[in-house]
Write a protein that binds this ligand. Structure first.
Ligand SMILES: C[S@@+](CC[C@H](N)C(=O)[O-])C[C@H]1O[C@@H](n2cnc3c(N)ncnc32)[C@H](O)[C@@H]1O
Length: 201
């Protein structure tokens, strides 16, 4: 995969609308250190990202590889001249190190692809290695929120998180401020149960 990140935001004046083919240099994020910074990994169509950007004083950073989803968010950025959304095209595992250390207040991973077949489990990106790299990127008070409707995936993820944290976390009995995404509606219509894991790294 071409892992050169494509960064989008309206942080500077643009003569024309953004396009997916634009590659814009990573901005200097040092001025954003004191903002409430939220990372949304695998934002899909951008439902959660766009909703969160409407809250005051929050900056949202999204990583996604799915072009249709990226284009939806780019259209939103262009349409409302959104200044709080920063998006990166590519694989979260490759992109995470781009961000400054101690940067994020909150990391959301809503309905990541469960890769149900055993031979594809290696494509799941929540691993102890990924968590250890993510830990460098979050502030001391941080919240990591992982959600899935896939039982095998979420139990496996809970085990990985517990082993990493050396704790015995349980599923959360609330959804926190997680908005309802298109994917969640689909899962609920199939009668699936939604599981949330919320923890501090
Ligand atoms: C099932 S969709 C869920 C989308 C959205 N979070 C929601 O709740 O509607 C999972 C998304 O994660 C993205 N994704 C999977 N692995 C990824 C990775 N390693 N880096 C970035 N995005 C990833 C996929 O492209 C897909 O759009």
């Amino acid at each position: 995969m071409n892992n050169k990140p494509i960064f989008f935001s309206n942080h500077r004046k643009r003569k024309r609308n953004l396009k997916l083919k634009d590659i814009i240099d990573q901005p200097d994020l040092s001025n954003n250190m004191n903002n409430h910074n939220i990372l949304d990994i695998g934002f899909g169509n951008g439902d959660s990202l766009i909703k969160a950007s409407k809250r005051e004083n929050q900056k949202i950073y999204g990583i996604e590889s799915y072009e249709i989803g990226l284009n939806k968010v780019i259209s939103h950025i262009n349409k409302v001249k959104e200044k709080n959304i920063y998006i990166y095209k590519g694989d979260a595992v490759e992109i995470i190190d781009i961000f400054p250390d101690k940067f994020f207040d909150c990391v959301n991973v809503f309905f990541p692809d469960p890769w149900p077949k055993r031979r594809h489990h290696k494509r799941r990106f929540i691993s102890k290695y990924f968590l250890s790299r993510l830990k460098n990127k979050v502030k001391k008070t941080n919240k990591v929120h992982i959600t899935s409707d896939h039982i095998n995936f979420i139990f496996d993820t809970k085990r990985i998180v517990n082993e990493y944290l050396k704790k015995n976390l349980h599923f959360s009995n609330h959804r926190s401020d997680r908005p309802i995404t298109k994917y969640e509606k689909k899962a609920l219509s199939k009668g699936h149960i939604i599981f949330d894991i919320i923890f501090n790294l």
